[in-house]
Design a protein around this ligand. Structure first.
Ligand SMILES: Nc1ncnc2c1ncn2[C@@H]1O[C@H](COP(=O)(O)OP(=O)(O)OP(=O)(O)O)[C@@H](O)[C@H]1O
Length: 297
């Protein structure tokens, strides 16, 4: 539905934030994973027409079967776009309903009756109906993010972009927010950028891993995980032995469990006694790709 080809962007300070990025993003939830500085926000801001690319193209198919040139037909694209930026601010003294109404005017829904209908339906959809008259300044982080999604959904977008929306949410709010996104993803393309790997495993039918402006892997999370089957091994080790294990094995990750490190190692066969096989997860895929990328660099 959204096809991105050879997108490149180098900032004035010389940082190459997008380095020949090509991706196909279908309908449904698409997870964009990568460490800090990978280029996720640069890609999202470019697709949201908030900044220009130096080279490349992006095309969005609309419901009527037409194609929009994302980088050139910015007005058309914006009508099909819902965007929740990383730093979404609200007017703290305005009620949820009033601010959403205001956004609806900006989005071009000029008929009062129609606007009320749309605004009220969205407040119900994101579960903020009961607090619609409350000032946004009194909202919790999760409520504010759900409000952010409501404004992103104004005008029935085909493409919804959400940039690290679950940062700072408690587990319950995070779940609630992700469930809401999943429902939306049934009808449109939702690009979700995050560094929380489980968010992508749980929710996304397709994904990409980025680092230093490049796409390291794209496809279905399940396929990427299956490709690592029978290659991931786990061992609880002594803290003092970690450096030694890192020298001798390809250690993907280290996690402290009850005070002592548990390492994941990638290997075609049992690395040595004491290692047990473990079903791979997307986190293993993620660390393996970042590792390969670092080695290649
Ligand atoms: N306006 C800018 N001017 C110069 N450099 C920038 C600008 N915006 C981002 N960068 C740099 O470009 C690179 C990619 O940044 P970007 O914000 O796109 O990454 P990200 O994957 O979204 O990271 P994060 O998870 O930290 O938001 C980083 O090195 C960043 O410092």
């Amino acid at each position: 539905m959204l096809s991105i080809r050879h997108l490149g962007k180098t900032y004035a300070n010389g940082v190459r934030a997008l380095d020949d990025v090509s991706l196909d993003i279908p309908r449904g939830m698409f997870g964009l994973l990568g460490p800090n500085g990978a280029g996720k926000s640069s890609l999202m801001r470019t697709l949201a027409t908030l900044q220009e690319a130096d080279r490349g193209s992006a095309t969005l198919e609309t419901a009527g079967g037409k194609s929009i040139d994302v980088l050139r037909e910015t007005g058309l694209l914006r009508r099909q776009l819902g965007y929740l930026p990383q730093d979404f601010g609200v007017y703290p003294k305005v009620s949820a309903r009033d601010l959403l109404n205001h956004f609806a005017v900006l989005k071009g829904i000029t008929t009062r009756g129609q606007r009320r209908e749309v605004v009220d339906a969205l407040l119900q959809q994101v579960n903020l109906w009961d607090v619609r008259k409350r000032k946004l300044g009194t909202f919790s982080g999760g409520m504010r993010q759900r409000f952010g999604i409501a404004q992103a959904l104004l005008g029935d977008p085909r493409l919804v972009i959400v940039d690290e929306p679950t940062a700072g949410l408690d587990p319950e709010e995070r779940n609630r927010f992700l469930n809401l996104l999943a429902e939306i993803g049934e009808n449109v393309a939702v690009i979700l950028s995050t560094h929380i790997v489980e968010d992508v495993t749980d929710l996304c039918s397709s994904m990409a891993i980025m680092n230093k402006g490049q796409v390291l892997l794209t496809g279905k999370p399940a396929d990427a995980i299956a490709a690592l089957a029978q290659q991931v091994w786990r061992k609880r080790i002594d803290k003092s032995a970690l450096a030694d294990y890192e020298l001798r094995h390809t250690v993907l990750s280290t996690r402290l469990v009850a005070g002592s490190p548990v390492i994941h190692v990638i290997s075609g066969e049992r690395p040595e006694a004491g290692f047990e096989p473990v079903a791979p997860g997307l986190e293993d895929v993620y660390f393996q790709r970042l590792r390969l990328h670092a080695q290649a660099a």
